[in-house]
Structure formats: structure tokens, C-alpha cells
Design a protein around this ligand. Structure first.
Ligand code: SAH
Ligand code: SF4
Ligand code: F3S
Length: 476
């Protein structure tokens, strides 16, 4: 049968259509392997956030079903970059590395290169790739990742040239495609996709599309299956998990979803990110306080402590609103760990604005914080704002903020020294193989003597000493 006939025979419904293309791709791959006398390998490199990490697991799942062998090395026969564009430097990294991939491809005629993820949703990026990176074989975006098997089949069948398939948006969620987890004992779980908040600095709503929630029954089913497969910890993923449920036929809030998830037998820990302060409900705080499975950690992006800037950022809360939420969290969940994201150098940021941010950091005493220098993203409202801040001023503020963040972080982390805490062991320590590394419920890292048989299990660990942001402990 020829190529077009095969495509015409594909089922119209999903995910059946993708399973059909997995089968066809598997056949093509087998033929290739036979003629080359060797297996073909793939390497997926992920940039950006946990959403992208989860998307990469979907791509890996399909490649493995097709029969490619996983490799950590970008000399592989099929290299895929799952890109991020949240800040300019994430973007530049990809162009730099593509140059290196081109030199690998010159040596390996079988090599295919694919690019996907958020950066591909920007038309100017695709134009640049078409003009100056002609050796790339496949480009697809965030909305059609579910049809990766079909795209793979088309790529395997094409002679030369670049296959590009980018959608502007979608309202579609395709369930039940293969996924290959990176960790056996923990997993990210998407509860929603996209974002409707349009913070004025942020490109995510443009590249990830409109917010849509998955049906609660699909989420519960996925987690139940994960637990049956050995998962003890899930991280619920969404750009703004607190608005989960909006637009669904069923009436359900994020807090209610959490309660249902906590009822799943065998599941031990539930985490989630990210919470937008404007939608954080008292109901959520109550559920967190009540449900022992929900980890005592909240990632609550502040972005800025200045009311004027928060308004310009379109964040829909004030410094006082934010501090009130933090007070509530601390009073209902006394040992809660708080982490945050902060942007320095947003257009128009004055020294006074910046000091408001510093003030919030001093008051909240975050366990840790991701601090970012504002990066101008073309197409966002902030890119057109007056008063972009000079580089040396931003750098100076950034350094001062980082120092404060580290000082309060160290104070916060240290307070558990000498206590016994439950630790989930995640991996053998990279530097010292006589140690294993795990996480407390509040997300603090603990290193302790052990071996790989402990991975994925929980232990009661005495925290012997605090080394800044992590502990050295031992099993009691
Ligand atoms: N949905 C999440 C954040 C996703 S992006 C939320 O609303 O909190 C992760 C972080 O990147 C943001 O919290 C923000 O601090 C940072 N960020 C986003 N756009 C940025 C930009 N243009 N420049 C610098 N940092 C940015
Ligand atoms: Fe970006 Fe704001 Fe959406 Fe977070 S909530 S992804 S910062 S627009
Ligand atoms: Fe980056 Fe896209 Fe995540 S822009 S931060 S990978 S949603």
C-alpha cells in the first residue's frame, strides 16, 4: 500500500488514530533496522517547566512503543528538543545547541531532528528556523503534541525538507496515549492546560493557549492507574491550579478535586503547582490543613511586592492581599513551606517598588525563591511599556534580592535540625554513591547513607545537620 492510502485508512477518532500510526511507524522502523543492521536510538532534551517535562514523557512513551531505544546522548538517530520561551535566554540556548546538532547530522545520514514545545508557537521562531536551520526535519507545537505518532510517521516517510505543523490554539484534550515516566515512584499529572491570565510580562498564554481543565474522572483514573503501577507521589500540574474546574460541565473546585484524589488508596503524597494568589480559596487552605496526604508546601508566585507594579503586571492582587493569604496559610498549616517566583526589573520598577518586594521576602521568609530578571517577550503588553530598566540597576537589585532570599531561606530550612521527618528517597546521590537523596513533605532535600534499593520508599529520618539548603540525615 502506498503512503497516501495508509493515511486515508487511518481511523478518525483519537486516540485510535495515533495507535494506528504507532503500528505503522513500528513497521518502518523494523525495516530500517534490518537494512542498517542495528537499532535506532532517540534522545529527548527538555527545556522549561514541569508541563514540558510531562509532555516529554508523552513523546518518549510513543518513541518507545515504536521501538526506538532511549539514549542520553545527542548523537542519537532521532533528537527532539522540547523548547521553552518564557525568557529570552531559554530561547537562545536552543539556537546555540542546534548548531552542534547540525555537525552531528552531517556525520550520521540517518539522523532526524525535531523541535517542539512553546518556542515553536512563535511565528518568528519558525521563520528563523525555515531560513537558517534547514536541516531540522520536524517542527510541531504545544497544541498538537497528541498527534506526535502521526507526525513521526510522516517524518519517517518524507525524503527531505522540513515538516511543519503548528496550531494556533485548541480546545481538544486527547486522553489515554502512551506515557513513559521518568521516575517509577512519582509522576506529574496535568489537571489543566493553557492559561487565561495574561500577566503582562508573560508569553505562556500565547504559546499554550486558553485554559482548559481535564475532567475529574479522567484525572482520578490516571492517578489510580499510576498508583497501581507503583507511584506514591503525584504533582498536579497547571499554570493556575486554583482555577481548576472552570468551563467543565461538572461543578468542581480545585479543593474538591484534591479531596477526591486523596481518597485514592496507596497514594501517599500529593503536590501541586502553580497556585495563583488571586484564586487561592479558603476552601483550599482548609483541605490542605485537613488532608495528611497533601504536602505542606505551597509555591505561591509573588512576582512583585509593589501594588503599582502588580497592577501593571495584571496580577489582580495587592501586597496586602498576598500577605493576608500567607498569614492564613501559616496559621492553619503551621509548618508549611512557602516558595515563590519573583521578577526584578519589570518596566517602570523604582527603588521604592523594589524595596516593597524585599519587604515581602523579609516578612514571608520563603524557604526558597526563584528570582528572575525581567525578560522582554515580543507580543506581550509589557514589551511596549515605557521605562524599561537599565541593566546595571537590575543587576544590582537582583543581587540584593538573591542575598536576602538566601539568608531567609537558610534560617527557614535550619529549623528542623535534630527532628525526625518522613523522607521519600528519590535517587542515589550524584556526587557520592554511598548516599541517597530524598525529599521531606515540605520539599526540603535530605541526603543520607543508603543504596538504590531504597528508591521510591519512605523512611523516618533523623536530620543530623543542616547545610544551608539541605540536610544530612540518617534512618532511625
Ligand atoms: N503560571 C505560573 C508561572 C509560570 S512561568 C504563575 O503564574 O505563577 C514561571 C515564572 O517565570 C513566573 O512565575 C515568572 O516569575 C517568570 N516569568 C514569566 N515571564 C517572565 C518574563 N518575561 N521575564 C522574567 N520572568 C518571567
Ligand atoms: Fe504567565 Fe501569569 Fe499565566 Fe502564570 S498566570 S502562566 S505568569 S500569564
Ligand atoms: Fe517555558 Fe512553556 Fe513552561 S514557555 S515555562 S515550557 S509553559
Amino acid at each position: 500500500m502506498d503512503f497516501m492510502e495508509l493515511i486515508n485508512q487511518a481511523p478518525d477518532t483519537e486516540p485510535d488514530r495515533q495507535y494506528y500510526f504507532i503500528e505503522l511507524s513500528r513497521k518502518i522502523l523494523r525495516e530500517k533496522e534490518a537494512s542498517l543492521g542495528r537499532k535506532l536510538s532517540f534522545c529527548v532534551t527538555t527545556f522549561g517547566c514541569q508541563m514540558n517535562a510531562r509532555d516529554s514523557e508523552k513523546i518518549v512513551g510513543i518513541l518507545k512503543q515504536v521501538g526506538f531505544e532511549e539514549s542520553e546522548d545527542e548523537h542519537a538517530d532521532f533528537v527532539i528538543y522540547n523548547t521553552c520561551t518564557v525568557r529570552e535566554n531559554a530561547n537562545n540556548k536552543v539556537y546555540g545547541r542546534l548548531g552542534i546538532l547540525q555537525s552531528y547530522k552531517k556525520k550520521n545520514p540517518e539522523m532526524m531532528i525535531a523541535l517542539c514545545g512553546c518556542m515553536m508557537q512563535e511565528p518568528t521562531v519558525v521563520e528563523t528556523l525555515q531560513k537558517s536551520y534547514k536541516f531540522v526535519d520536524l517542527i510541531f507545537g504545544t497544541h498538537n503534541i497528541y498527534k506526535f505518532a502521526e507526525l513521526l510517521f510522516n517524518t519517517l516517510n518524507k525524503d527531505k525538507g522540513m515538516l511543519i505543523d503548528i496550531w494556533k490554539d485548541t480546545d481538544k484534550i486527547v486522553e489515554n496515549l502512551p506515557i513513559e515516566r521518568k521516575y517509577s515512584f512519582k509522576s506529574g499529572v496535568n489537571i489543566m492546560f493553557g492559561c487565561n491570565n495574561f500577566c503582562t510580562y508573560c508569553i505562556v498564554p500565547y504559546v499554550r493557549g486558553r485554559e482548559r481543565s481535564r475532567k475529574s474522572e479522567d484525572i482520578i483514573e490516571e492517578i489510580t492507574n499510576l498508583v497501581a503501577d507503583g507511584v506514591v507521589e503525584v504533582m498536579l500540574l497547571g499554570q493556575n491550579v486554583n482555577s481548576y474546574g472552570k468551563g467543565l460541565e461538572e461543578s468542581i473546585t480545585f479543593a474538591q478535586l484534591l479531596e477526591r484524589i486523596c481518597k485514592i488508596d496507596g497514594l501517599k503524597r500529593v503536590r501541586f503547582m502553580t497556585s495563583h494568589p488571586k484564586d487561592l480559596s479558603d476552601e483550599l487552605i482548609e483541605v490542605m490543613a485537613k488532608e495528611p496526604k497533601i504536602c505542606n508546601h505551597m509555591h505561591l508566585p509573588l512576582q512583585s511586592g509593589s501594588d503599582a507594579l502588580l497592577q501593571k503586571m495584571n496580577r489582580h492582587y495587592t501586597k496586602a492581599d498576598y500577605l493576608l493569604i500567607v498569614d492564613k496559610l501559616k496559621s492553619k498549616i503551621p509548618d508549611i513551606a512557602l516558595t515563590t517566583d519573583i521578577i526584578v526589573g519589570f518596566p517602570g520598577e523604582t527603588e521604592e517598588d523594589f524595596l516593597e518586594t524585599m519587604d515581602v521576602v523579609s516578612k514571608v521568609k520563603y524557604d526558597s525563591a526563584f528570582t528572575f530578571i525581567y525578560s522582554k517577550r515580543t507580543g506581550t503588553p509589557a514589551a511596549l511599556m515605557d521605562n524599561q530598566i537599565e541593566e546595571d540597576v537590575v543587576k544590582d537589585r537582583f543581587d540584593r534580592l538573591l542575598e536576602l532570599v538566601q539568608t531567609v531561606g537558610r534560617e527557614k530550612t535550619g529549623k528542623y535540625e535534630g527532628t525526625v521527618q518522613e523522607v521519600l528517597i528519590e535517587e542515589v546521590n550524584e556526587q557520592d554513591s554511598t548516599l541517597v537523596t530524598g525529599k521531606m513533605a515540605n520539599n526540603t532535600t535530605v541526603h543520607l547513607p543508603g543504596d538504590s534499593s531504597m528508591i521510591g520508599k519512605m523512611y523516618q529520618v533523623k536530620l543530623i545537620c543542616c547545610k544551608g539548603f539541605y540536610y544530612i540525615g540518617e534512618i532511625i
